[in-house]
Design a protein around this ligand. Structure first.
Ligand SMILES: Cc1cc2nc3c(=O)[nH]c(=O)nc-3n(C[C@H](O)[C@H](O)[C@H](O)COP(=O)(O)OP(=O)(O)OC[C@H]3O[C@@H](n4cnc5c(N)ncnc54)[C@H](O)[C@@H]3O)c2cc1C
Ligand SMILES: *[C@@H]1O[C@H](CO)[C@@H](O)[C@H](O)[C@H]1NC(C)=O
Ligand SMILES: *[C@@H]1O[C@H](CO)[C@@H](O)[C@H](O)[C@H]1NC(C)=O
Length: 474
């Protein structure tokens, strides 16, 4: 069946929810993506209004063998991951419900919601979702999910108690610890390989929405870099003893000469729980706050939605064992690469460090574990997210090379220090990386068995080109 007639069949199955390139709704839905590199031209955009709509759409697509893509928050920048040329774009942005349970312990979310919307609509609790408010519930949860409370409650996916999924044949299933437990496990890191995730029910991180939140902005100099790298290394160890704390540091070299480093930090302890008036910063942040003169700073008990307005993005990732000499070596490689591209107009060369202390794995295991494979090595890790941004597409090819060069040089620096780690966080990985293989052979085998059971025709491997596929040959 030709694509035009597939879009017509979808229109019949989902009247009022299918939009062709000549419509305003198509244009606004199609451009509602974080990165220009993911702007492509689907034959039609489907905006399902319910789980049943998703099921009906998948039935039409699989019966007709038409290529499609799924989009939630649209934050993945890799071309073809959340959009498609010529195929059908299944855009979940209307599935954006946010329902707090009566006892406030859990929240049920439509996967098309952005996290900012979740935080804005959950007064009284903190939901452990993406730090950047524009990221989507769907993509963040399926890849693992790093919230500011990563150490305290483990990965976002580890707090999900119910995944509602539409399988390739249009059947709606729930995956919980007791129902379809193999699918439940696979969805905690396995990405878009098993079905279309329509809703999740997630355990709230705490029953007060006040967290201790702060931001420190420093000028980027050799001195501030050295000081902050030391803080990050030591903080990663200290986080094991005070897992209520969260921190991310984002460096930026800009073509406009604006070089900055921003640290976002938070603590789960709420206003009432621990902070006297005038409030004191939790001790774990003393070194961060004492080390440098700050150009801009705020620190206050604040609702979660303040912090979620402030974070950044990326194109490639590595992980290494938390170590001072290694972070310095990686930092040098990254700064040198960024300096080579600041001739590109309107470019900001961003990279961030996310501490991944062993306590994250401990707290994820307590909640039933996941498929990321981190428990194979009980160490403190540091994740690096290389995420340059630029405006003019004529530089896309050059920047794609730069991101691969960054990856190989940064990885080599960790290997030289003897602190390299295999893990690639799927949600930060470049299209040239293979995050699922980094979970280890046992997890890959498991994921393949689960995919064979729930998607026997391999629809999500073959008909949906976007997303990191399951590795072959295991
Ligand atoms: C500025 C920025 C800040 C970020 N901050 C964070 C952060 O704080 N914490 C963190 O963990 N990550 C962060 N990330 C990474 C983020 O997790 C990924 O970009 C993630 O994929 C975004 O999810 P999304 O729903 O917005 O993406 P989308 O682009 O919509 O989807 C990403 C992938 O998942 C698939 N997918 C999405 N929804 C579904 C679904 N419902 N069912 C099946 N497949 C689906 C898509 O097909 C696609 O392949 C950040 C990224 C950026 C750009
Ligand atoms: C990118 O790298 C490839 C292979 O090394 C090279 O052929 C190509 O010219 C590079 N492209 C740009 C724009 O730098
Ligand atoms: C849909 O697929 C699932 C998983 O393979 C299977 O259990 C179920 O019976 C299928 N349903 C129909 C109606 O074919």
């Amino acid at each position: 069946m030709a694509l035009a007639s597939c879009c017509a069949a979808l229109s019949n199955a989902l009247p009022g929810n299918v939009f062709l390139p000549n419509s305003n709704t198509y244009a606004s839905a199609n451009s509602n993506r974080w990165s220009g590199t993911s702007s492509l031209s689907p034959s039609c955009v489907v905006l399902p209004g319910s789980t049943q709509d998703v099921a009906a759409a998948l039935q039409v697509l699989t019966q007709n063998g038409r290529p499609f893509v799924v989009k939630s928050g649209g934050h993945m920048a890799k071309p073809g991951f959340n959009n498609i040329d010529g195929g059908v774009s299944l855009d979940l942005s209307r599935l954006n419900s946010v329902e707090l349970s009566g006892d406030l312990r859990t929240t049920r979310l439509g996967t098309g919601a952005e996290w900012q919307r979740v935080y804005d609509n959950t007064p009284g609790v903190v939901v452990p979702g993406g730090l950047c408010g524009g990221t989507g519930v769907g993509g963040v949860s399926l890849g693992g999910g790093m919230s500011i409370f990563l150490a305290g409650v483990g990965w976002t996916a580890n707090n999900v108690v119910d995944f509602e999924v539409v399988l390739a044949n249009g059947t709606v299933v729930h995956a919980t610890p007791n129902t379809n437990p193999d699918l439940f496990m696979a969805l905690k890191g396995g990405g878009a390989d098993f079905g279309v995730l329509t809703h999740i029910t997630i355990t709230n991180a705490q029953l007060t929405n006040f967290i201790y939140a702060g931001q420190v902005l420093n000028g980027l100099t050799d001195r501030s870099s050295q000081a902050l790298l030391r803080v990050l290394t030591r903080y990663t160890t200290a986080n094991n003893r005070d897992p209520g704390a969260g921190m991310q540091t984002i460096f930026k070299l800009g073509s406009n000469g604006k070089n900055e480093v921003e640290t976002l930090y938070g603590h789960r302890a709420g206003l009432n729980a621990m902070i006297p008036v005038p409030f004191l910063s939790p001790a774990i942040f003393n070194e961060l706050l004492g080390v440098l003169p700050q150009t801009v700073a705020f620190a206050a008990p604040a609702p979660m939605n303040i912090l979620s307005n402030m974070a950044q993005d990326g194109l490639a990732t590595i992980t290494f064992q938390d170590d001072q000499a290694t972070i310095e070596a990686v930092h040098k490689v990254t700064s040198d690469i960024c300096k080579q591209v600041v001739d590109i107009p309107n470019l900001d060369c961003f990279w961030s460090y996310v501490p991944l202390s062993d306590i994250v794995t401990a707290n994820s295991l307590k909640r039933g574990g996941n498929v990321l494979g981190l428990e194979r090595k009980r160490i403190d890790r540091m994740v690096v997210f290389f995420s340059p941004r630029w405006l003019d597409p004529q530089y896309d090819a050059r920047m794609s090379n730069v991101s691969q060069a960054w990856y190989s040089q940064a990885k080599a620096a960790t290997v030289a220090q003897g602190t390299a780690d295999d893990f690639f966080y799927l949600n930060f990985a470049g299209g040239f990386q293979d995050p699922i293989s980094s979970y280890g052979a046992d997890n890959v085998n498991f994921l393949q068995r689960v995919a064979a059971r729930y998607d026997p025709q391999g629809v999500f491997q073959k008909l949906m080109p976007g997303g990191f596929k399951l590795p072959q040959g295991y």
